[in-house]
Every structure is written in C-alpha cells, then in structure tokens.
Design a protein around this ligand. Structure first.
Ligand code: ADP
Length: 629
C-alpha cells in the first residue's frame, strides 16, 4: 500500500513534501488499524492518466472522455483521476524530458497511484520509457495506441495494452468502392513525429493502390496552405484525413477545428478512419469504435483495481468496426447507397417531410378533406335548393294560371258585356250602311263615317280578346326588366269595364317617371287583378258610401310601390293577420287562395305585400318591389 513506501521520498520542494508525507501517514494509520473494512473499500482509487498532445487533441481527447465515463460506470470504487499532458509529443526536437519526469516523480514518489494509464502512442512510449523510474510497481494500461507503436519488448507483467490496428489498405479499398471514379487521393497529415511516422506507414500501405489512383501528400505544408488549395482540387479527388495535430508551420490544432475548416472550403469529400472526426465533416467508412476501445480499457482498469494481474488481461488489437456513413455527406457528394459495402450503416439520415411532419400532414389533409366534404355538401344543397326553387316557381306558375281562370271566370259577365257592346254596334252600323247603299244616291261621307265606327268597334272587341288571351296565357315564370306603370295600366284596362258595370270608380295615378323592376308581367298583372277584384268585391255591399278603387304607383327609395285602396268596409283587425293564409276567406263562394298566390308571386320577385286599413276606412294593399339596377 502507498503508506508503506512513503519513506522512499526524493527531493521535491519542502511544502509539497510535507503535504505528501502527511497524506501518506494518515493512509498508513488507517491501514495499520486492522483488516479491510467497509471504509477501506470506499477509499478512492487514484488513477494517473497521461495524455499525448494535450487534453483537447482529437482523436485522443474523445477516447479519454469516453474511457473516463466508462470507468465511472464500471468501477465500484470512487475514483480520483489525475490527468497530465505530455507536451513533448508536439515537437520534432523536443527539449529534455527530465524536468517533466522529475515533476511527476515528485508528485507520486512514496505515494504512487493505484493505476497509470496512457492515451495515445506518445504517452505510451513515455510511460514505457520512464516506468522504472516513476511507477516501478504500479500497474499500467496503455490505451488507444496503434499496435505498431507499442514497445512489446519493454512490456512487464504489470502492463496491459488495449491497442488498435489501422488497416489502411482495407480503408482505401472501401473508399474506392464507395467512390469508384476516384483518380487522386490527397492525404492530409501534420508534421509531429507521430504524424510523420504515419505518413510513412500510409505511403507503404498505399503502394498496391498506386496503379489505380495517384496519391498526393499534403503533409509538409502549413495547414493554411492546405486550406488555400482545398477549394480547387482537381475533379475525382478525395481527401484522406489522417491527422493534423501540429502542421508544418508548427501550429497546433486542437479539437476538430482543422477538419471543420477544411470541410467548409474543400470541393471534394473528406474520408477518415477516426470516429472522432465523424458526424459532421467526414463521409465515414470503416472506423475504430471509440465506445468499443473505451469499454475494453475501462474493463481492464477495473479488473486490475479489483486485484487481477495485468499480465492475465490480454486483448487482440481492435480492428475497424463495420463501416458507417454520414447520410448528409452522401447526399452532398452524390454517393449512391448501392456503392456502400455490405453491412454498412447510414447515420444522420434526415427525415422525409412525411416522417418529420406526419401528424401535421394528416391533420391538414383531414381538415382539407372535411372542408371539401362540407363544400361539396353545400354545393349539393345549393343545387337542390335551386331545383326546388325552379320546381316551386313552376308550381306557382301553374297555380297562378288556374287562379287567373278563376278570376276571369268571375268576370265572364262583364267581359261578355264588354264584347257585346262593340259587336252590337258593328251589327247596327253594318245594317245602317247596307240600307244607305240601297238608296239611289247614298251619302258616301256618312257611309265612310259608319265604316270608321265599325273599324273602331272591331278594334275595341279585338283589344278585349287580346287582353283576355294575354292574361290567360300559360307561361313559365320568366323575369325581364319591365315598366311597372305600363304593367299596372294594362291590368287596369282589363278591369275598367267591370268596374263601370258595377258603378265603381277605378282610378289610376301612375308615377311621373317610368318605374323599372325585374319581373314577370303576366304574374304581376295577376296580383293587381286579384287585389282590384277583391276591392271591387268589398265594395259590393257598400251602397251608401262612395264606391272607389284607387291604384297608385310611386317610387319609395330603392323600391317601387303599387298601392291599391278601396272605400269598402276594410278588414277586421282579427282577419288582418290571416288574409294571406291559404284558404282564408270570408266570402260564401271564396276559395281563399287569391292573396296567398299574390304573396307568393311578390316574394318570388324579392318584394313584400302588406295589408292594412286606411284611417279614413277601406283597405289598403301595398306591394313593394326592388327597383332594377
Ligand atoms: P277570396 O277572395 O277567395 O276570399 P282572397 O285570398 O283573395 O280569397 O281573400 C281572402 C280574404 O281577405 C277575403 O275573403 C276577404 O275577407 C279579405 N279581403 C281581401 N281583400 C279585401 C278588401 N279589399 N277589403 C276587405 N277584405 C278583403
């Protein structure tokens, strides 16, 4: 245990020595107190971790991060991981390493850690070289080191190696399969001793491919120069990213800055076998799995901490994992999935629009379908309503026709009288003319006058028949722009004789200007006919008062009005509500359909019909129709 060798101190500074001795003394007391207790097991295990170039140099930084996470996961002990960085790996002519060795010895002599680990080849080389001096009895794990860079002869029974194998030949073969048109492979690598070593190794392994492709070595250039050349590399070139820890200008490149900059400007794809650069800037291929190497390393470390002999823990060098490719880079460089080797995995595939927005698309489609359904339903309804309207107008026209027959039927006597009058005059005049012609010297002027009378009476009779035919015409409901004054005037002309016979004054006061409305002449005339006949009927019982029916047309705002009033008894206030209802009648032989038909016709013209009593007595019916635009 650390406490027992605490006395083997060398000569570090006094304060550090005092602190270290105090720590070791405390540990010694605990050990001397008796056999291992639960408290002993909870004592942290101290691990020294040595980095090769620095904490942030890829790929080792990613290995270190992953190994530490795995150690924390797998270890049953609390861990105290102390990290140091070997700076000398960065330089081609490093100064003497002795001061760094002295520094480490001063830290750990007399109080060695429980385990020493190296990350990467330079750190492994350093630990192997100075282990006798620094950590003679401490177990050691050399991690993330290529098997060519392990000094096998220098390994002791207290060492375990978790190495990898860089199979460049396999990587190039896969790369050429993925991009079969490749003519040039430009190899990017830095100029630190390690990177130079790899450049030579790659050159050696590239030889079998030289008859298929040309190799360009971007190895002895400052990285800025490589970046300058990258945008205009010849077609069918690929970049092979080995490492860029320290470039020819002596500039160190931490993290993934360098590969990221190259990716931003290069006109060709970048390939690398290091997983640490995969996920954004490189296409992919067979790569070392950081998770796999880390898991083995942590496993070895934990077993050693648990007391297993390092010599018994042996691993074969870790080979490349099955190839993995970045879907985004494949799209960018037009790499077909068919070119990928069997068993390849494609990562970072961007979801299709359908995958990304499935629910939104389904929802929108459902809403659109619903809307389409609603619209088509409404159109269907609209069509049905129109058909129903046409149908109802048809029925209305038929009903109105029947109603006109009924109305005219009521007027038969008057019409017959109206016809008889001119016909009788014609007969009388014709007989008179015949007699005059029999005389020896007929008065021709007189005969001419008689003939003119005959012609006038004939025209009167024709006019009666024309009006009768026009009112009894069976027509479909058809609207046209009509002058209401003319329409009303014609209807009144039809009834003048009837009114005369019944000794009723039928007066018509037309509006000064023409009143144009959109309407069906025959149907509107029927309304007027019905209303005037009703007024005449109402006056039948009125013997004492003046017997008058007045018809007026007038413009009222955007409407044309026809007012039909009489001097009859009016409508009782109870009946006012019902007069437009079907079959409402107060007449012994009435049908009660006249006003119902009137209202239907007026409403079909988008108008209104109102019934009221005049303050002076008698009924007043008002029809309002919209003026035609
Ligand atoms: P009918 O003439 O067959 O009775 P209408 O629908 O034309 O059918 O009229 C319904 C009722 O309205 C009439 O029976 C009558 O009582 C009343 N009426 C209509 N016009 C007048 C009017 N000018 N004066 C008084 N009552 C009227």
């Amino acid at each position: 245990m650390s406490g027992r060798i605490a006395v083997a101190a060398v000569k570090p500074g006094w304060p550090m020595m005092v602190a270290r001795l105090w720590f070791c003394l405390c540990v010694g007391i605990v050990v001397a107190a008796g056999p291992a207790s639960a408290a002993d097991r909870a004592e942290p295990k101290r691990i020294v971790l040595l980095h090769s170039f620095g904490r942030d140099f890829r790929p080792w930084s990613e290995y270190a991060r992953s190994i530490k996470a795995e150690l924390e996961r797998q270890s049953s002990y609390p861990l105290d991981i102390q990290e140091h960085t070997l700076l000398s790996a960065r330089f081609n002519n490093p100064g003497p390493e002795t001061p760094f060795v002295d520094y480490l010895r001063s830290l750990y002599v007399g109080c060695p850690p429980d385990l020493v680990m190296s990350i990467g080849a330079p750190a492994a080389r350093f630990l192997q070289k100075y282990r006798a001096e620094l950590f003679p009895d401490t177990p050691m794990v050399l991690a993330a080191v290529e098997q060519r860079l392990v000094n096998r002869a220098g390994l002791t029974g207290n060492d375990t190696v978790v190495s990898v194998y860089n199979d460049f030949a396999a990587f190039f073969a896969t790369m050429l399969k993925v991009m079969p048109d490749t003519r040039t492979i430009a190899v990017v690598t830095g100029t630190s001793p390690l990177e130079k070593f790899w450049r030579d190794e790659i050159k050696r392994e590239a030889r079998p491919f030289e008859d298929r492709v040309a190799f360009v070595w971007l190895a002895d250039l400052p990285f800025a120069e490589i970046l300058a050349r990258a945008p205009s590399l010849p077609p069918h070139t690929v970049l092979f990213w080995q490492l860029m820890s320290v470039d020819a200008a002596g500039v160190s490149h931490e993290g993934d800055n360098a590969v990221r900059q190259l990716h931003a400007v290069a006109n060709v794809p970048i390939f690398s076998y290091q997983e640490a650069f995969f996920g954004r800037d490189t296409v992919g291929g067979p790569m070392h799995s950081i998770a796999d190497v880390s898991s083995r390393t942590a496993n070895a470390a934990v077993r050693i901490l648990d007391g297993e002999k390092p010599a018994n823990i042996r691993f074969e060098p870790v080979q490349f994992a099955p190839p993995r490719y970045d879907w985004r880079e494949m799209q960018r460089w037009g790499i077909s999935e068919q070119n990928l080797p069997e068993g390849s995995q494609i990562l970072f595939r961007e979801p299709t629009l359908w995958e990304a927005y499935r629910w939104q698309i389904v929802l929108i489609a459902a809403v659109i379908l619903m809307q389409a359904g609603l619209i088509s339903g409404m159109l269907h309804q609209h069509r049905r309503r129109r058909l129903a309207e046409v149908e109802s107008r048809q029925r209305l026209a038929e009903l109105a026709h029947v109603n006109r027959y009924a109305a005219v039927g009521e007027l038969t006597t008057s019409i017959a009288h109206e016809l008889n009058q001119p016909l009788g005059s014609i007969l009388t005049n014709a007989e008179t003319a015949e007699l005059m012609l029999k005389s020896a010297s007929p008065d021709l002027d007189e005969i001419r006058e008689i003939l003119a009378d005959i012609r006038r009476d004939d025209q009167r009779a024709s006019e009666v028949i024309r009006r009768l035919r026009s009112i009894l015409r069976k027509t479909p409901f058809e609207t046209a722009e009509i002058d209401l004054n003319e329409t009303v005037g014609e209807a009144i002309g039809f009834l003048t004789a009837v009114a005369d016979r019944r000794k009723i004054a039928l007066r018509f006061a037309a509006a000064g200007n023409a009143l144009y409305v959109k309407g069906d002449t025959v149907q509107l005339q029927q309304v007027i006919l019905n209303l005037i006949i009703n007024a005449i009927d109402a006056l039948a019982e009125t013997e004492t008062r003046a017997r008058e029916v007045g018809v007026t047309t007038v413009r009222s705002g955007a409407f044309a009005e026809i007012r039909i009033e009489d001097s009859g008894p009016g409508i009782t206030s109870n009946d006012l509500r019902d007069v437009f209802n079907p079959f409402f009648t107060t007449k012994p032989l009435g049908m009660g359909m006249g006003l119902t038909i009137c209202r239907t016709i007026v409403e079909a013209h988008r108008g209104q019909i109102l019934a009221e009593n005049k303050p002076t007595g008698g009924a007043l019916f008002t029809i309002r129709l919209p003026i035609a635009q």
